[in-house]
Ligand binder design. Structure first.
Ligand code: FES
Ligand code: FES
Length: 177
């Protein structure tokens, strides 16, 4: 039996990190592949490829999605943000990234883009999450290195920064264990 492969492509327009973007894709093309290969934005990482680990997280209209199980055509007309869009100048870190740096919320960095984006979505939804809410929200983002203590502390620090607490610049080792 032979399988007939479609060569038909479809135009997909969406906004990627603030820039209008158009790609012509096979309908089976994954959003992660368009972002990494067509747009050349390799900040998102592809690990499990089955929607489990969160390494491929991007924001679609502000909500975290897994780009490894999202078809590119599903991005049609939406606003997609990757880690590159969080601090577009490349010179200055986003305050959430500063919190992750300050509170040791990253180690190998494979999960970090997804963690930062998920944190951005969480704080937009809930500006003052408690530890349990942070852990629940980030439960779809797997880190294999840090044990989450630094990550939770980073999110709490980011929330305090966003809420104007100057004391947030002091490290809070062990908080949230
Ligand atoms: Fe997409 Fe793991 S690579 S969820
Ligand atoms: Fe997250 Fe290593 S720092 S997987």
């Amino acid at each position: 039996m032979t399988t007939q492969e479609s060569t038909e492509t479809y135009p997909v327009e969406f906004v990627l990190n603030g820039r209008r973007t158009r790609v012509d894709v096979d309908p089976r093309t994954l959003l992660a592949d368009v972002i990494r290969h067509d747009a050349g934005l390799t900040g998102l990482k592809i690990a499990c490829e089955q929607g489990v680990c969160g390494s491929c997280t991007v924001l679609q209209d502000g909500a975290p999605i897994r780009s490894c199980i999202t078809l590119a055509v599903q991005a049609l007309g939406s606003d997609i943000e990757t880690i590159e869009g969080v601090a577009p100048s490349g010179a200055d870190l986003h305050p959430i990234q500063e919190s992750f740096q300050r509170e040791h919320g990253l180690q190998c960095g494979f999960c970090t883009p997804g963690m930062v984006l998920a944190t951005k979505a969480l704080l937009a939804e809930n500006p003052d999450p408690d530890e349990q809410e942070i852990r629940e929200y980030l439960s779809g983002n797997i880190c294999r290195c840090t044990g989450y203590v630094g990550i939770v502390a980073s999110v709490r620090d980011a929330a305090r920064c966003a809420n104007g607490d100057a004391a947030s610049s002091a490290p809070t080792d062990g908080e949230g264990v």
